[in-house]
Design a protein around this ligand. Sequence first.
Ligand SMILES: [Zn+2]
Length: 373
Amino acid sequence: MFSRSLQLFRPFGIQIEVHWSWLILAVLIASSLATGWFPVMVPDSTTGAYWIAGTLCAMGLFLSILIHEFCHAVVGRSFQMKIDRITLFLFGGVAHLDDEPPSPKAEFWMAIAGPIASVVLAFSFFGLYVLATGQAWPPLLQAALSYLASINIVVAIFNMLPGFPLDGGRVLRAAIWQFKGNIVTATRVASGFGQFFGILLLMLGFFVLFAGGGVSGIWSILLGFLLITFARSAYVQVAVRQSLHGKSIERFMNRAPATVTPETPVSELMRDMINHGDQSLYPVVESSGELLGCVDPSDISSIPENEWPYHQVAEITRTCAPDRRIEPEQDAEKALMQMSRQGHRELIVVRDNRLIGLLTQSALMKYLTLREA
Ligand SMILES: [Zn+2]
């Protein structure tokens, strides 16, 4: 439910997507401006004009948040961080990082870049507003500009709350990381603050809701809930990755995974699959030990069942996709990231085109749970 996003466009190789929660926010903003704020600020206009102004403001906020996120991404890239996706959601956006920032300094500058952008935007809209009042532009336009100036200040202030994963929380994490020299401790403290602010927002939301505040109460509850969720999962992610960092894959892999030869009848592969139920990829290995390719069990369905004994695995063997294989010298953190990025449950461990073993996500997870116990 929380991962549904709509893909929009792709400037400079950065995919821009909108999370469903942002769409709720956009509608809330447009409607509350059109029915509440604009009629108060500019009393003698038409309903249609209020809605146009409200929609334009929602779009202006959308663009502002996009610029905010782009500044994170650009600064992140200048520190050699790989950022290929920006998602806009309820409390702003996230520039997706494949890796943790390389240093506290990188984290600090990347985090602060967004709020700085929002402040610059606020001043720009304020400048336009001053110009608009001087030149006697339409009153609705003046009101829209003053709204966009103040909402950008709100965005800057909200994002600077010192709770991870908000920008302020990242600045806090960078400071603790710099001071303590440990990113896991820094993330734990900063995400603790994130959860604290999340709980505050939740409580505030319920208070507003019971006091008759309606929509803004629900908004605050949603914000608090998302903040708590993201803060907690961010910490788990860092802790998990840190405990697998530098650990050799060979420690976790199965050295004798189920394999097949190209001559194996498909019926026998089927029997094997029933015995090794959790394996979703079969390495096809020559008797000499050379890896020929991989079989995806779902490809069996291309052959009618009554013909399985007469067909060989070689007919459905494909080259093993690069994202399904890993070298034994890589560390377990890399392997886990590779699996979770592509949604694979296992990787085959290969050196010089010879199968060394099979690494499953469940083996890594088992290690992590035992380690925590
Ligand atoms: Zn930000």
